[in-house]
Ligand binder design. Structure first.
Ligand code: UDX
Length: 461
């Protein structure tokens, strides 16, 4: 019988079922590629085997349920199951160390376990480093650990590639299904070809541009990408902080105008309280630390981080400007997550702002549609938490929009006036049109006070 050409022949194993690993595993399986997810956390495995997502990510839950039911995805703690597949992805975490450099403990552990399992395997096996690692890690760390533990030599029977991911929280599934590029770093053609073939099976005619390079280049691409995006955010926040001093200027208009220049582009030019999340801060820090180890002091990168940290000062200054001294003032924090549609509070600007407000003696009450359980588990009852976006405003002396949730966009000036002791609002995410909030004492990141220009054009973008 002729082989069914449409049926994927590849099978993959994913080591590390954290955020990236799980989204990667689910999307591979969703394209009919037999996938084995491997993790040391038994409780997590049990959850995944029942088709439940242990992290919040739109579309992930339904996708998991579907692929587990169809037996395209299985989860296990048994690393030896990786040998039943022809490609293994390392997607374990690379957490920050106090000096900003990354901790490779999990990468080494997972590589060692995988290598041991591969000892007896006869046929070719490809190992792919998807974890975010500094240039030189795939060749300098993963390669020797893999060779030692497997007793094989990387090359003819054992492949090794670096293949960074660019998933965004909240849109990770869509990003994995429609990436703008695939970056494959390899030392030999055989491994790069096998990985390209796998992605061709995955994407079919929609295969995005595949950029092949050395592993070191691929590793640097990931850092350069996140550092550049962080640069755009700190840049527009700098312009916003200047704009704030110029009556009639609105940073959103400036961003829109400069974005028309294709050399600049519109994306990632939204001024706000600073970037957060699990990647930007961690990756810029790691790049700074790596660069310094090489003997080059990357001043631009350090300024990007400092600008971001200090953006919390700008938010608190706006609060003080409007509400006066903060001691004993009741301040409502609308949003704790680092961006909307996620329950993730890692490096969230809300935490930096809360910290400063507490130091100034303010009494804080927070609300977030999704991130309150995470906030509570890290910060306990350091601040009061409210039940709803109306509740959080009750008796407040000032409210600050820290996350751009749609739920907050629906609040009108009258809602603030009805609930607050003093209707004072700082829109740190620029979700509101200032013209509609004239009855309140209102300030936003990046626009000068009156006059706002023809027809009060300051707008949320
Ligand atoms: C980021 C990268 O986008 C992704 O490619 C990488 O794989 C992981 O890191 P993520 O952390 O999920 O993804 O969030 P992202 O949507 O990029 O936003 C990061 C932060 O920047 C958020 O706090 C967001 O609010 C902020 N941001 C983003 C701005 O303040 N202004 C903007 O214009 C864009």
């Amino acid at each position: 019988m002729a082989p069914d050409l449409k049926k994927p022949s590849s099978s993959v194993s994913i080591l590390g079922l954290g955020y990236v690993g799980l989204c990667t595993a689910a999307t591979f399986a969703s394209r009919g590629i037999r996938t084995i997810g491997i993790d040391i956390d038994e409780a997590r495995i049990e959850q995944i085997r029942r088709g439940r997502a242990p992290v919040h990510e739109p579309q992930l839950g339904e996708m998991l349920k579907r692929v587990v039911k169809k037996k395209l995805l299985d989860a296990t703690s048994d690393v030896s199951r990786a040998t039943d597949t022809n490609t293994s992805f390392l997607t374990v975490g690379t957490p920050s160390q106090p000096d900003g450099s990354i901790d490779l403990t999990y990468v080494k552990q997972a590589t060692r376990e995988l290598g041991k399992a591969l000892q007896k395997k006869q046929s070719y096996h490809l190992v792919v480093v998807k974890s975010t690692v500094i240039p030189g890690t795939t060749n300098g760390t993963v390669n020797p650990v893999l060779e030692q533990s497997s007793g094989k030599v990387v090359g003819p029977s054992l492949g090794l590639c670096a293949n960074p991911e660019f998933l965004k929280e909240g849109t990770a599934i869509n990003d994995a299904l429609h990436p703008d590029k695939i970056v494959i770093g390899s030392n030999d053609k055989k491994s790069a070809d096998q990985l390209t073939r796998l992605y061709r099976e995955f994407y079919g005619s929609r295969l995005p541009p595949v950029i092949t390079s050395s592993p070191e280049t691929a590793e640097l691409v990931k850092y350069a990408s996140n550092a550049f995006l962080a640069t755009k955010v700190s840049f527009i926040n700098t312009i916003a902080n200047i704009a704030q001093h110029i009556p009639g200027v609105d940073v959103n208009r400036v961003a829109d105008a400069i974005g028309h220049d294709p050399r600049i582009g519109h994306l990632f030019l939204k001024a706000g309280p600073g970037y957060g999340g699990s990647c930007f801060h961690k990756d810029v820090q790691a790049l700074v630390s790596y660069s310094q180890q090489q003997g080059y002091d990357p001043q631009l990168l350090k300024a990007i981080e400092k600008t971001n940290e200090d953006q919390a000062i700008q938010v608190v200054e706006l609060v003080e400007k409007l509400a006066g001294p903060l001691d004993q003032k009741r301040i409502a924090i609308l949003g704790l997550a680092f961006k909307k549609d996620t329950d993730d509070i890692r490096e969230a600007p809300s935490i930096r702002v809360i910290d400063r407000l507490r130091n100034k003696g303010a009494r804080l009450v927070g609300y977030d549609p999704m991130a309150m359980p995470n906030f509570e588990s890290v910060f306990g009852n350091t601040i009061e938490l409210a039940k709803s976006s109306h509740d959080v405003l009750k008796g407040g002396d000032c409210a600050i929009v820290m996350t751009e949730w749609d739920e907050f966009r629906r609040l009108k000036a009258k809602d603030y006036i009805a609930q607050m002791r003093k209707p004072v609002l700082v829109d740190a995410r620029r979700i509101y049109n200032p013209a509609e909030f004239r009855e309140l004492k209102f300030a936003g990141i990046g626009f000068g006070s009156e006059p706002l220009g023809p027809g009060s054009q300051a707008e949320p973008s």
